[in-house]
Design a protein around this ligand. Structure first.
Ligand code: HEM
Length: 409
């Protein structure tokens, strides 16, 4: 029987596409086609371990052009394998020191506190947009990228657009392409200026590290690729705004979680943040290509087939998470998190594989911002708080509107 091409279904069915296919499949492996190519869908910690083995899956040719032209950029670390990947990845990992992360959190909370003070006039604010501007301001300064305060809203809007446009073929996609062209030109010019002495980069800042980085061939990065990688630091950091909006959604739906956050319960805060990352839909799947003829639990995966790991499905798999559609931070209290079980930002070892290098940043930023959010009182006026699983990436439709924001009494 021919295998139908599910490209359009993936776009329109969104997060439910692979889980639905799995329910319909007889075995554990989903056999399908995506963009005219043979594809298999896998799910679960053992599947993740299999997927993250470089002898099984490579990335070089796996990412669709439209995703590179929006989300990641052409020439990005996401598209490298083997030693090339390892050397480029080390550049990212070198920025993830405890002091560096603490510095970023400090800059972000300062920007947040200033923003909150400006809402004291009772105005309505859209939390998602505010968080994106706060983080853009902080992460650009942290990365050594000069950005005037007046330019923050436009930069934030472009950085959000890069993420918002990767999973659709409509206007959001074209907006993302235009934002990428603009921001690559901006940062590529900055890298040229730093190398030529017309601009300075603070020592050991992301700008400095990327401008000086040499790949396996011993060459500096082409300025455009350097811009791509700088964007791969600031763009996903700004994407933490998605989780901030989701966290506000959770606090609104289940207000009992506010008290331990207000009281500064660190263990609970960390568990809450992990549950936000598990429960809410963000990355739907990660994909690569079978290096050779493979076999997974007795099922054949032909060489060259796309191998898709169902991130959303795994984060809601009842074999792994009891009552997976209940929002329950308590499930993470006292739980050792395995390398391959909680995978909203990929699995395995970030130094050697493709797992997200920014997970510690994500958790630290969210912990700080969620604690601050919980210490505010605000009204939640009537709005559309639905989160469509057909929209990739998902988010509360209204962006979470707050009114009369004031410090909690
Ligand atoms: C990779 C999610 C935050 C930088 C990834 C991957 C996912 C992901 C799913 C792909 C893993 C794979 O291909 O196996 C997220 C989410 C974030 C986030 C949901 C929070 C909103 C960050 C931050 C940074 C970052 C804060 C940097 C400061 C990267 C980079 C890669 C990556 C450079 C490519 C890694 C590689 O291919 O080796 N992320 N990420 N991300 N992320 Fe994140």
């Amino acid at each position: 029987m021919p295998i139908a091409d599910h490209t359009l279904l993936l776009l329109f069915e969104g997060y439910g596409w692979l889980p639905d296919q799995r329910r319909r499949a007889s075995g554990e492996v989903v056999h399908t086609r995506v963009a005219g190519q043979r594809a298999v869908g896998l799910c679960g910690p053992d599947a993740a371990r299999f997927f993250y083995d470089e002898d099984h899956v490579e990335r070089r040719t796996a990412l669709p052009g439209p995703v590179k032209s929006t989300l990641f950029g052409h020439g990005a670390v996401h598209t490298l394998d083997g030693p090339d990947h390892r050397v480029r990845k080390a550049m990212f990992m070198s920025l993830m020191t405890d002091e560096g992360i603490a510095d970023l959190v400090g800059r972000t909370t300062t920007a947040w506190d200033e923003a909150v003070a400006s809402w004291a006039d009772g105005r309505r604010v859209v939390l998602f947009d505010e968080a994106a501007r706060v983080i853009t301001r902080a992460v650009c300064r942290w990365a050594g990228i000069p950005l005037d305060d007046t330019d923050v809203p436009a930069a934030a809007s472009d950085l959000v657009a890069l993420v918002d446009g990767f999973g659709t073929a409509g206007p959001r996609h074209w907006r993302a392409r235009r934002a990428r062209a603009r921001r690559e030109a901006w940062l590529g010019g900055l890298v040229r200026d730093v190398r030529g002495g017309a601009a300075t980069a603070p020592p050991d800042s992301a700008l400095d590290v990327v401008a000086r980085h040499r790949d396996t061939d011993g060459e500096l990065l082409d300025p455009r690729v350097a811009a791509v990688e700088l964007l791969n630091i600031v763009r996903p950091t700004v994407a933490v705004s998605w989780f901030v909006a989701f966290a506000a959604h959770a606090l609104h739906r289940w207000p009992r979680h506010r008290a331990p956050l207000r009281e500064g319960d660190e263990v609970f805060a960390e568990a809450f943040v992990h549950e936000v990352r598990r429960f809410y839909p963000f990355a739907p799947l990660v994909g690569g290509r079978a290096v050779g003829d493979l076999s997974w639990r007795g099922e054949r995966i032909p060489a060259g087939a796309l191998v898709l790991l169902d991130v959303y499905g795994q984060n809601h798999d009842p074999r792994l998470w009891e009552d997976p559609y209940a929002f329950d931070p308590g499930r993470f209290i006292g739980r050792e998190i395995g390398e391959f079980d909680l995978i909203p930002q990929g699995g395995g070892d970030p130094r050697t594989g493709h797992r997200c290098p920014g997970e510690a940043i994500t958790v630290a930023l969210l912990k700080a911002l969620v604690a601050r959010l919980a210490r505010l009182d605000y009204d939640v006026p009537g709005q559309d708080l639905s989160i469509s699983l057909r929209r990739i990436p998902a988010r509360p439709a209204s962006g979470f509107v707050m009114a009369s924001v004031r410090p909690a009494v």
